[in-house]
Design a protein. Sequence first.
Length: 76
Amino acid sequence: MKVDEIAPEALKLPLQERLQLAISLWESIEDPYRLAADRSDEEAIALALARDAEIESGKVKAISHSDLMQRLRGDD
């Protein structure tokens, strides 16, 4: 199903059910700003292994620290 199919149906739900749906959807989104300190050791290791696999497979390209800092400053 696509959003344009689901949304009109979801909007027909009573307020309480729309609220429950909204909360459920919101909680399913991982916070991209979650601090590494908030992760358990197991989560951190799993994330590191997943990132390494993405680099090894060519799915993503690694950049140097200096390139990252230049991009963050908008120097590129």
